[in-house]
Design a protein around this ligand. Structure first.
Ligand code: M6R
Length: 359
């Protein structure tokens, strides 16, 4: 049940630090070695490219996974939306390996791709919260999310759990092939910091609630912007907002604003920016100035190291590769409060099912 919580979503958002710690006990031993079946590592090592296939929030977790695999294992990765990939399959590399990310393990769009890759004889791994689910049974390998049941339609703890499991796999894979970045990555330490950082953010909900009351309670639209992983975060934060608050919310690559979207900015339009990627923070701050000059109400979500006077949400410092695990927390909370304040059913939004079993 939801215990003393008014909604499952809030309970599941609050569970995320505990899920991070549980995942550490499931996947990492005291010496910092990953507990992952070596057959999985060998199968991925044998492949020349990883294809991540998923839908919705799981697709967004795949975008973060891409950087983890590229940076920690130096493995080329493509991430695809399942419903597109199935019918417009690109020319594949010579030896592809498929990773299906799916909380439920029952998403029809993802399954139809797995049916095809099985027919073509390509090896696959399903990362899922649901042992014994269809995609788990039909793939060669499974890694579990151990997030506990996720009841709210808006996926929260499954997203951060997916990123953590991708991290374990990327580190294990990188070490398997002697990549220094993976050898040096102290998973126990870094993820423990993330769990603590999540707790700090979750103890500061009031500021998020206040911003939401001021700028999102009655707005028609809203934008999230960022670059690189901050762009991937923007897509996920915008999806959360859309599905439960019904605000037309979009995530944009910050640099693309000036190529068209900035025309939509009016007096009072909320624009939220993720600023965790050192290389691009200054550029994104420039984009914020441009939208502010056109009347936008802005919110900055920034890593502690890069925070300046006037920044609103400061994310405790963690390894930059793991910043999305903290960055998404304010995004989830903004969606929660916006839905609540606008009087909607937070856990059961209109037109949506928890698991989408039709194509
Ligand atoms: O169970 P899956 O991870 O395969 O589900 C994929 C999407 O349907 C799901 O993430 C959906 O986008 C959520 N409602 C987002 O909050």
């Amino acid at each position: 049940g939801k215990g003393t919580y008014p909604h499952y979503m809030l309970k599941e958002v609050d569970e995320q630090p505990a899920v991070m710690r549980r995942l550490l006990t499931e996947y990492v031993d005291d010496a910092g070695q990953m507990k992952i079946d070596p057959a999985i590592l060998k199968a991925i090592d044998d492949a020349d490219r990883i294809y991540i296939v998923a839908a919705g929030t799981s697709y967004h977790a795949g975008l973060i996974g891409q950087s983890l695999f590229e940076k920690l294992a130096e493995k080329p990765v493509e991430v695809h939306v399942a419903s597109e990939f199935g019918y417009h399959m690109p020319i594949l590399s010579k030896k592809p390996f498929f990773i299906f990310l799916t909380q439920s393990g029952e998403t029809a769009d993802s399954r139809q791709v797995l049916v095809q890759t099985n027919r073509l004889g390509y090896p696959s791994l399903t990362i899922t919260n649901s042992q014994g689910s269809t995609l788990s049974r039909e793939a060669n390998y499974t890694l579990l999310l151990h997030a506990g049941p996720e009841i709210a339609v808006a996926s929260t703890k499954a997203y951060t759990a997916q990123i953590a499991v991708e991290l374990f796999l990327a580190v294990a894979l990188g070490r398997h092939t002697a990549i220094k970045a993976a050898q040096d990555f102290d998973v126990n330490h870094e993820l423990a910091l993330v769990a603590t950082g999540m707790e700090t953010l979750l103890s500061e909900k009031q500021a998020i609630e206040d911003f939401t009351t001021m700028y999102l309670k009655t707005t028609r639209n809203a934008f999230y912007i960022g670059r690189g992983e901050d762009y991937a975060l923007s897509l996920e934060a915008a999806l959360k907002l859309k599905e439960i608050s019904y605000i037309q919310a979009e995530g944009f690559a910050a640099g693309e604003l000036k190529h068209g979207t900035i025309a939509l900015i009016e007096d009072g339009t909320p624009v939220m920016a993720f600023l965790t990627d050192a290389k691009t923070i200054d550029h994104t701050r420039g984009n914020l100035q441009e939208v502010r000059a056109r009347g936008a109400k802005t919110l900055t979500i920034v890593s502690e190291d890069h925070a300046q006077a006037g920044d609103q949400v400061v994310l405790p410092n963690v390894n930059p590769l793991l910043a999305p695990l903290l960055g998404i927390i304010p995004g989830q909370l903004i969606a929660y409060y916006a839905s609540l304040q606008r009087g909607y059913d937070v856990d059961q939004p209109r037109n949506l099912a928890k698991s989408v079993t039709v194509e």
